[in-house]
Design a protein around this ligand. Structure first.
Ligand SMILES: [Zn+2]
Length: 198
């Protein structure tokens, strides 16, 4: 069985919350000494709001989204699926804006990001208890190339907000991709091998 809390604790590299000009908050696990400033500059070039962008750099997977003038970014090793990173960002964004009146805080001329420093404890708690939020489901999909049944992580918000059912989700892995059709009840209604380009 897929242990979400364990994989987030072992494979998440960072969570960053920025605006156009600077970082408001960044979480890195104690084991991480890497600097992601360059990657964050790249994701800032995505100017559209409300859409998740994905970036794959070496062994690093990065997901980012702009929501209400803030840019939320999460990075992990390639063991974590994008849907899990997206769900983590959605929970972080919701929680961060409940905890802080960000617009009000940023309206101060002499803003200092140490005000958000304690948010680290919230992130640690979120990662340790993510499974309990039930924000994702792990379902099994057969891949005819791998000749195996693979665990596929699906965000609940994706299924619940889908425009129609079954909802399509492309699962890229091991250099190929399958298109999975998932219905409202998280049952897999079909799997197709798809050609890819980009
Ligand atoms: Zn496969």
């Amino acid at each position: 069985m897929y242990n979400l809390n364990k994989i987030l604790q072992s494979d998440l590299e960072f969570i960053n919350i920025s605006n156009e000009d600077f970082t408001l908050f960044e979480y890195k696990p104690p084991r991480s000494f890497k600097n992601f400033a360059l990657d964050l500059n790249i994701v800032k070039q995505n100017t559209k709001s409300n859409i998740f962008f994905h970036l794959f750099r070496g062994n690093l997977k990065i997901v980012n989204i702009r929501l209400d003038d803030l840019i939320y970014t999460a990075g992990s090793t390639n063991k974590i699926q994008y849907q899990l990173l997206e769900a983590l960002i959605e929970q972080t964004a919701k929680n961060f804006n409940i905890t802080y009146d960000v617009k009000y805080i940023l309206s101060y001329g002499n803003f200092d990001n140490s005000i958000f420093r304690d948010y680290k404890d919230e992130i640690v708690k979120l990662i340790q208890t993510f499974d309990e939020l039930k924000a994702v489901k792990v379902i099994n999909v057969p891949c005819s190339v791998c000749d195996k049944v693979l665990p596929l992580i699906v965000k609940k918000s994706f299924i619940e907000n889908a425009e129609s059912y079954p909802a399509p989700l492309v699962y890229m892995h091991e250099g190929h991709s399958i298109l999975c059709f998932i219905d409202k009840n998280y049952d897999v209604r079909g799997v197709e091998l798809v050609n890819i380009t980009g």
